[in-house]
Every structure is written in C-alpha cells, then in structure tokens.
Design a protein around this ligand. Structure first.
Ligand code: HT7
Ligand code: ZN
Length: 874
C-alpha cells in the first residue's frame, strides 16, 4: 500500500460542475448511469489534459464523451481508476456501472441494511457507486433519479428537494435536486419502506423548514428526542454563530448497519440507529446526551463541512475539529457546562493522549496517510476541537465569532484548508498566528512544567514554565507550541488575589498566559502583602491539551478542591490525588495521611449544596487505567486495575454514611425528563448505589435488584443491571441477564447494551462467555454495533480479562480482527487499536501483544488493517 502526502497536493486538471445520476435498484444488482458536465479547472496551472476518475469494485458497462461511445482503447482502466486524455475545455462524460449492494459488507458506497438501501460516501465510498472525481475539492450540483420496486421501496430519498415522484407499473421513480454544489462524499441515497415523523422549524429570517426523521416500522415512537434536539441545534446555530439552514427540507434516516455514528450528507443525514432512537424506557441519560450531541454535530456540519468543505482529506480536522468544538459548546449550553468539559477532558486523556504517544500518532493536519478511513481519529476530532478552543481562548469570544463569520463568508461554496481558518482568525484579531499553527502540523502531547518562586519582600510571584514535547512516531524534532494557560492566584481561603503584571504575553483581565518559548517566566505582583507563597490554579478549564506538572503540595491541592472558583480545577485536583494514590498502591500502599485529607475534602464536597449533583458524581469517578500508561512507562496495567479497585473500595467505605444518605434522598420516583438536574440526580444516585455495593454487597445487592425490577427508565434499570452483573455472585448475575434479555430481546438498541454488560464481568469464565456470545442467535458479525458491543467492549472496557497474564485476550482479539477484515476493513482496523500501543505496556504483555500483531502481518490484509498493523510494528 502506498502513502499519500499532503506536499503532493495538486488540483485536478478538470472539474465536474453538474452531476446527473440515475439509479435503477434491481433485485440482485443496481445499475448506475451518470452524466457529468466537466470543464477545465481554473485552479490548475499547467496544461494537463488528464481527466482521472476514481472507481472501486465497479463493473463498467459503457463510457461516452459528448454522446460518443468510447472503446477500451480510448481510456485507461485500472482497479481503482478510469483515465481519459481530452484536449477539450468542456465536455459531457457519461458512464454506466453495475454494482452489487447486497454483497457490500464493508458498508461503504451503496449497501443494504435491514432490507433498506443506504449509502456511506465519506471519505471514499462514492467511487464504489460510479466512476467519479471522488475528491472533496470537486464540487458539483447533483440531480438524482431513483427507480425502485414500489412495494418494497416506497421511500426513495436523495439530497436536496424532491422535484418529482411517479408511481407506475409497480415502480417508484423519484427525482431529487440539490442546488448547493457539493463534493461526492456528501452524496446520499436511501430506499426502503420507512415511516416518517415530522415537524417544522421557522428560521430566523422566517423561512419554514420541514424536518423529517425516517425509521423502520415500529420505531416511530422513538424519534421525539432527536427531533427536539434538531430544533434546538438549528436555533443554537442561529443564535451563537448566526448560521441559518439553507434548504426547505432536512431529513434524517436511521439505519442499523453503520460504521460510525452518523453522516452529514447535505439535507439527508444518515444516522446509526443507536444515535437517533430513544425513549426514556429504552435509552439511558448518556444515550439521550449522545443523541443530542450527534444530531447537533451533523446539523452544524451544514456550515462547517458542507457550505465550507475541505480541500483534501489532510484538512479533515477543518470540518471535524471545528464541528466537535461547536457541538461541545452546544451540549454545554443545553446541559451542565462543567460536566461536559470534564467528560471531554477525560475522554481526551484516555484516548487521544495515548494515540499521540503511540505508533499511529499524527498531527491534527497529518502529513501523510495510506487509508483515509484510519484518520477519523481522536486526534483529528477531539484534539482538533481543543485547537479551535485554544484559538477562542487566545482571541476571546467576541473576536472568535468575528473570525468565524469571516471564515464562513469568505469560503462559502469552496473547499478550504486549516490555514484558511487560521487566516480568518488572524484577520479579525491582527495577531500573527504562524507559531500557533504548529498545533496543526506537529503531533505529540506537550509536557508543561510550571514552578513558583515567591519573593515576600517585593510581593512578586514568579511562574517559570518549561515546555517540551517527546518525539512521536514520525521521529521529527518538536518546536515550542503556543500554550494558553488560564490561571488564577488564590489566597488562603480561595479568594482570587489582586495582582498586576507587565508582560505582553499575559492578559491580566482574562488571566490568560501565552507560553510560546521552551522556557518562559511570568512575574505577577500581588496587590496586598502575604507571607506565604500563594496557591496558583493553573490550566483552568483545561485551556490547552498538555500534560501539566506543577509544584503544588498535597495540602495545597486539598485547599483547591475545597475552594477554587474554577469547578474544572476542583475536579482536576481530585484526579491528581487519585492518580498519586493509585501509583502509590502499585508501588506498595496508600499514604494514609493523604487518604485522611482526601476523605475530609470529599465529605465536604458531598455536603456542599452549591455543587451540582452531576459534578459530585464526577468528583468521585476515578481516572481510567489507560491514563496511567502515560504517567508511568511500562506500568503493569493489572496492578493499576487492582489499585484502582482498592481505592474505590476505600472511598466506598470512607464515604458510606454520606452515600447512603444521598441514595435515600435522591431515590425519589419522578416523571422522566432529560434535563440537567434530573440527569445529575440519577447519575449521583446510581454512583452511590455502586459504591454502596462495593462497601456492603449483601445489604445493597437486594436494593439494586429491586431497582432493576421496578425501574421505569433505562438509566436506572441498566445501572442496576450493570452493577449486579459486575459485582454480584455468578448465579444472580445470570438470573438478571436472562431477565433483561427476555424483557428486551426485540429492541435492537437495548440489546446492544445487553451485549455490552455481558462482557463486562471479569472472572475465570469471561473469555468463554464472550466467545459464546459470538454464536448467540441475536449476534451478527455484519452489524458493527454488535461487534463493538461484544468484541470492542471486551477489549476496551474489561481491563482485567482482556489483559489477563496468559495473553488469551490478545489472541482472541487478533483472531476476531482477522475474520472481520474479510467483511469490513474499517471496523477491523479500529478494533485492533488496543493492541497497537503494545510498547506502553510491561514487557511481558507488550511481547504477547506484538506476537499477535506479527501473526496478523503475515496474512493478506486490507489496506486499512495493513496500515495500522505495519505502523505498530515499525
Ligand atoms: N463526517 C462523518 C464521518 C463518517 C465516516 C467516515 C468514514 C467512514 C464512515 C463514516 N461515517 C461517518 C461523521 C461525522 O464526523 O460527522
Ligand atoms: Zn463530523
């Protein structure tokens, strides 16, 4: 497999302006006739006559140029392209291809999910439908005709507006036109027998938009939350970004077989059904929040992605990083800002930091790739969002909004780059952001060390910052980043101290320090006399994606937990203490004086009625095992898991009285609503229940069982189910599992949760249980959600069993990945990721993982899997 490089980018010699597609959906194949209006591309400087189209697994039946049929001698046909040499300024190109959607298990291009036709074209799926310039810098206006059996496929949809629909001779012929030029990756087609739920939205300029959600029969009662989320997203984008929807129709279709969460096709979003369908009885609060976020994310792409798209796939974060940032702000505005931020930071540290330290490490704007599907990563999405967040922190909210307005106005209808985005921010702020752009071009997580010196006589607090970034997979040396550090200086009881500073890199008003050198010092003069070195609250709200170390004592951290006005940092100081304790345990045992201090502050927090319920729950959540791999090289992951468990048990016992009281106070029956206060109550109540089970299983298992049996919403039922399966005796776990399956076997979304919970229990039979699930009558290898729920959840979430010392977990995963690679390479390449970071583990485990990767490398692999396996072994 060949790598593709950003430095080789060249605009095509020709560009397609109009695309006419005619799909005939036949019983065992589909005929696709395409007619393209092509012109020379003004962006290309040389006089090339090459008209190159991409194609993959297509049967080519006919090619015409300006109405003349071509013979094989007139073009060059390879397994992945069709190339013509045309000395013309403009021409019409036609071709007919035959494809087989029912054999398409890769779920890219046109495929069948549960009897319904649907498409997934991003990134390079369109070339599996017809020969086309399948690259995001070719934008054309699409007109699509679909002919299908009327009885089986009465719903026939594509992008834009429906221009006609005829039902005749048992067939439906539907024609759609999308007036907005778009790249092929935003094309969509759906045909099935679907039910639609609809609503209306009036835009800020007074236009009426019809909103429709299409689902399989029987799911129509599960659309309300997604519809409401859509309306909230539309209003939010108008209010916060001044962006209005541009078509008269916005459609969402739910499909069961989907490689990712959802897809922002223009006017016709396609969603993984687990990311749309919800009722209080079948979906947890977490699922409600995820649906709201994803509906928002896909909707926001209408501007950040569709109206302004990407020039090439190296610019993927231009749309994804920005859109994740937009959806995170949307979710923060709809729910709890503090909770959203700390959830996102935990996710980043758990997944993106290890990626950045591993063999698949890449920059937010990568320099090369083999298979673009492998680059839909936490770096492109989540770190990309952090980069946009830093831009907002540096510019301030007002200038950032001006910059985004300028970006949308300037590049509307065009394919842009991350440089264009930063250019807009430079224009409105007058700042030179050249050095800041290293966040786009350099991979790696910077280490930032900040230490204090305090001169009592002058009242000057000096902060010395040292930054360095370890080498990443590409081996390049790292230049200093521009790191915005939000900070506050605090007095003994947590009050913010007044200060002055004469430093152009410090914004006194907003408390933002820009660190742009390897070493840098900031002098802060305190307005009032103090005798002791003041406490600093650093990197507030996680203002930059770095690994910070500072010189705060345990006592000072405890003080911050109690009194920092920045909620994020109160949580962060708890996390630092938890990490310290867990590492202590791995090395011998907990420091009891630190435990005492922690206990006092946690009790104080739990009793503080000003702290949100959800934040209290988050404060009691421990960092995941994977965060320790970055902190202590070659640490034994099982020792970390045991230490973590030990700390949880200690917390459960130390806080038992408070947790019991909370459980009683919060366990009140109320009509389910997805709103922040209720969500917080359920989160804290269920967390209390799990801790109480850890402290006293015999007393609290019956309470969990009662909650399982009587719960009226899935949040409470699934929590109880999960706790019993994880912590109770085997017989009880089996009993509730059977009961849950009997209750929910016909509900696809709940069934996924059942699979997940099944693989979460760690005991000597785990692996045989996981294997048995793969032969379960309700399991399907062809359904990525089920694969993720069984194989993915086992490898990612059951640390103790997956990493068991005999290596059986690794062997199991490698075997499954090899099998899946034959059906769905994208899923196989994603699923292997727990093995990829083998170098971060202790030597014995690392070797066992490596052996499995080496075994895979000897097989005939897809391009997707080959890239990941070969990079991890190099
Ligand atoms: N932009 C979408 C990406 C996506 C995707 C990529 C590769 C393979 C399958 C896929 N399904 C969706 C989703 C998003 O970020 O909004
Ligand atoms: Zn996206």
């Amino acid at each position: 497999a060949q790598a593709i490089y950003l430095k080789d980018y060249l605009p095509p010699a020709f560009t397609t302006k109009e695309t006419f597609l005619d799909f005939e959906l036949l019983a065992d194949h589909t005929l696709v006739r395409s007619r393209l209006k092509v012109v020379r591309n003004p962006k290309r400087q040389d006089a090339s006559n090459e008209f190159k189209l991409d194609g993959n697994e297509l049967e080519l039946l006919e090619v015409k140029v300006d109405g003349q049929a071509l013979s094989e001698a007139d073009y060059e046909l390879t397994a992945t392209s069709l190339t013509l040499n045309l000395d013309k300024d403009a021409f019409e190109f036609e071709c007919t291809t035959r494809i087989y959607p029912d054999r398409n298990t890769a779920l890219e291009g046109l495929y069948i999910s549960g009897g319904m036709y649907c498409t997934q074209c991003e990134a390079e799926g369109f070339r599996r439908i017809t020969f086309f310039q399948d690259r995001p810098d070719v934008l054309s206006v699409f007109t699509t005709r679909i002919t299908a059996d009327l009885e089986k496929y009465p719903t026939a949809l594509s992008n834009g507006n429906q221009v006609s629909r005829i039902e005749q001779d048992g067939k439906v012929v539907a024609e759609w036109h999308d007036p907005f030029p778009k790249p092929s990756y935003l094309f969509a087609l759906v045909a099935g027998d679907l039910i639609c739920q609809q609503d209306r939205f009036t835009t800020q300029s007074g236009r009426e938009v019809l909103l429709q959600i299409f689902v399989e029969q029987g799911n129509e009662h599960k659309c309300d939350h997604a519809l409401e989320s859509l309306k909230r997203s539309m209003r939010w984008d108008e209010e916060v970004y001044g962006r209005e929807y541009d078509l008269d129709l916005f459609m969402i279709v739910a499909v069961d077989h989907f490689n990712m969460g959802a897809m922002e096709n223009k006017g016709l979003n396609i969603f993984n059904s687990s990311c749309v369908l919800a009722t209080p009885e079948t979906a947890t609060d977490e699922a409600f929040a995820r649906i709201e976020g994803i509906v928002g994310h896909e909707y926001f792409h209408n501007w950040s992605g569709n109206r302004v798209t990407c020039r090439d796939w190296f610019q993927l974060s231009l749309k994804e990083g920005f859109t994740v940032f937009r959806d995170a702000e949307f979710s923060s505005d709809m729910g709890s800002r503090a909770v959203k931020r700390l959830e996102d930071v935990s996710f980043l540290r758990e997944h993106q930091f290890p990626e950045d330290a591993g063999p698949m490490s890449h920059a937010v704007r990568p320099a090369s790739y083999m298979e673009i599907s492998n680059f839909y990563t936490v770096t492109i999405y989540e770190k990309g969002s952090e980069v946009v967040r830093m831009l907002r922190t540096i510019l301030g909210a007002e200038l950032f909004r001006k910059g985004s307005d300028l970006y949308f106005e300037t590049f509307d209808g065009q394919a842009a780059t991350t440089d264009d985005f930063v250019w807009a921010m430079e224009q409105v702020s007058g700042r030179d952001l050249a050095q800041f752009k290293r966040w786009y071009s350099q991979a790696g997580t910077p280490r930032l060390d900040i230490s204090r010196t305090f001169d009592v006589d002058s009242g000057v607090l000096s902060l010395k910052a040292v930054q360095s970034t370890p080498t990443t997979a590409d081996g390049s040396a790292k230049e200093p980043f521009v790191i915005p550090v939000e900070l506050g200086v605090l007095g003994d009881n947590g009050q913010q101290l007044e200060l002055t500073a004469d430093d152009d890199r410090f914004d006194l008003q907003r408390g933002v320090w820009l660190i742009d050198a390897s070493e840098q010092t900031l002098e802060l003069k305190l307005a009032n006399q103090t005798d002791t070195t003041p406490v600093v609250s650093l990197l507030r709200d996680f203002s930059a994606p770095v690994l910070l170390s500072d010189d705060l004592s345990d006592q000072e951290r405890i003080q911050l937990i109690a009194s920092d006005s920045n909620g994020f940092n109160r949580w962060e100081q708890c996390q630092i203490i938890y990490k310290k304790l867990i590492i202590q345990h791995v090395n011998g045992g907990f420091d009891s004086s630190l435990l005492d201090g922690l206990k006092t502050s946690l009790i104080q927090l739990l009793n503080d009625s000003d702290v949100e319920h959800a934040v209290k729950a988050e404060l009691l959540n421990l960092p995941s095992e994977s965060e320790f791999l970055q902190l202590v090289p070659s640490i034994n992951i099982l020792s970390v898991a045991q230490a973590r468990k030990g700390l949880r048990v200690w917390m459960a016992e130390a806080l038992k009285a408070q947790l019991e009281q909370l459980f009683v106070d919060l366990n009140q029956e109320q009509q389910y609503r997805f709103e922040p206060k209720q969500v917080g109550i359920r989160k804290l109540k269920n967390l209390a229940l799990e801790y109480l089970m850890l402290a006293d299983l015999s007393s609290f298992q019956p309470i969990a069982l009662k909650q399982f049996e009587t719960a009226t919403n899935m949040t409470d039922q699934l929590s109880a189910f999960r706790f019993i399966v994880k912590h109770a005796d085997e017989a009880s776990a089996e009993r509730v599992s059977d009961a849950f399956l009997n209750q929910w076997r016909d509900d696809v979304q709940v069934l996924e949760q059942w699979f997940r919970v099944q693989v979460s229990r760690s005991d000597s039979k785990t692996l045989s249980r996981v294997s048995a699930l793969l032969s379960h009558e309700l399991f399907e290898y062809q359904n990525p959600n089920k694969v993720r729920a069984v194989i993915g959840a086992f490898a990612m979430a059951n640390v103790e069993s997956f990493h068991s010392a005999d290596g059986s977990g690794y062997e199991f995963l490698a075997k499954q990945v090899a099998k899946l690679d034959q059906m769905n390479p994208q899923i196989a390449a994603r699923l292997i990721s727990p093995l990829v970071k083998w170098k971060s583990y202790d030597q014995a485990r690392g070797l066992q993982m490596k052996v499995q990767l080496e075994g895979l490398s000897k097989l005939e692999l897809s391009k997707d899997l080959y890239e990941v396996v070969s990079k991890s072994l190099s």
